[in-house]
Design a binder for this molecule. Structure first.
Ligand code: GLP
Length: 247
C-alpha cells in the first residue's frame, strides 16, 4: 500500500487526478471504476481541466460506478448517474453508452444485481477502482456488518449514512433508504485501487481501515489484503495515523 499525504483538498484532488490520468494515458481503453460523494469532485474537476487542455482522451474509456440509490432515476438530481454526468461525463469525450451505474429503477433487486455483475464481467474487470470512504468505514455502500458481502447487492443504508447523505437532499425523509452497490468481491477484483479521503471526520475511519483489524465492521479494512492500493489523503484525514507515529 502506498500512502500519499496531500496538504489540503486541492492537493489531494490533483494527486488523485494524476494517478487516474496515468491510467488513462497508459491504457486508453481502460475500464475505470468510479465513485461519487463530495470527496472526488475536485479530482473530476481536475480531469475535466486536463481534458480541455487536450491532455486526456476518454474516447475509448469505459466505466462502472460503485453504487446507486434504489428508486432514483438517472435524471433525478440526487442520483449517482446524474452526479457522474454533471461532474464528469458531460464535460469529456467519453461514450456514455459505455458508462455504467447500477439501475436504480430496477425493482427486481436480484435482476438489478445479476445484470450489474454481468456488465462488470463482460468488460473484463476494472483496471482502477476509485473509492471514497464513509465516516463508518464504508466503501461504495458496503456498510459495516457481520460479513463481507461479495458481489452487487441491495443494502439498507445505516442511520449514520442516511444522515451524512441528507446534506444533499431537502430533508432526511427524502434520502433513499436502500441502494445497489458493488460488493467487496467486485471491489477487490479491481487491478488497482485508489482511495481518496479528506477532512478530520475521516481520520478514525482511515486509521481503522489501514491499520486496524480486518473486519466487516470496518468494510474498508479489507483493502489491506489487496496488493495494489494507493491512498491519497489530506493531512486532516491522516491526522490520527500521524498521531500514532505510523506515517
Ligand atoms: C456515499 C457513497 C460512497 C462515498 C461516501 C463518502 O455513501 N456511496 O461511495 O465514499 O458517501 O462520501 P463523501 O466523499 O461525500 O464523504
Amino acid at each position: 500500500m502506498i500512502i500519499y499525504a496531500a496538504k489540503d483538498y486541492q492537493d489531494m484532488s490533483r494527486k488523485a487526478a494524476n494517478i487516474m490520468s496515468a491510467q488513462i494515458i497508459m491504457k486508453p481503453d481502460a475500464v475505470l471504476g468510479l465513485a461519487t460523494g463530495s470527496t472526488p469532485v475536485g479530482m473530476y474537476r481536475q480531469l475535466v481541466e486536463w481534458y480541455n487542455k487536450g491532455d486526456l482522451d476518454f474516447s475509448r474509456i469505459s466505466s462502472v460506478n460503485l453504487d446507486e440509490y434504489r428508486g432514483l432515476s438517472g435524471d433525478n438530481e440526487q442520483s449517482y448517474r446524474y452526479f457522474m454526468n454533471t461532474n464528469l461525463f458531460d464535460h469529456v469525450n467519453i461514450d456514455k453508452s459505455r458508462t455504467f451505474v447500477p439501475n436504480g429503477l430496477e425493482e427486481d433487486s436480484d435482476k438489478a444485481c445479476a445484470d450489474y455483475n454481468e456488465i462488470i464481467r463482460s468488460m473484463g474487470g476494472v483496471d482502477i477502482q476509485l473509492l471514497g470512504i464513509g465516516g463508518n468505514g464504508h466503501i461504495g455502500f458496503n456498510e459495516p456488518g457481520d460479513v463481507f458481502e461479495k458481489e452487487t447487492h441491495v443494502v439498507d443504508l445505516t442511520e449514520s449514512t442516511i444522515q451524512a447523505n441528507s446534506r444533499f437532499f431537502e430533508s432526511m425523509d427524502e434520502v433513499p433508504k436502500q441502494a445497489y452497490t458493488m460488493g467487496i468481491k467486485n471491489i477487490m477484483a479491481a487491478r488497482k485501487i485508489l482511495l481518496v479521503a479528506t477532512g478530520a471526520a475521516k481520520a478514525q475511519a482511515l486509521y481503522d481501515s489501514l491499520y486496524g483489524p480486518i473486519t466487516p465492521n470496518v468494510p474498508a479494512s479489507i483493502l489491506q489484503l489487496h496488493n495494489d492500493v494507493t491512498v491519497v489523503a489530506d493531512e486532516d484525514a491522516l491526522s490520527l495515523i500521524r498521531e500514532k507515529g505510523l506515517l
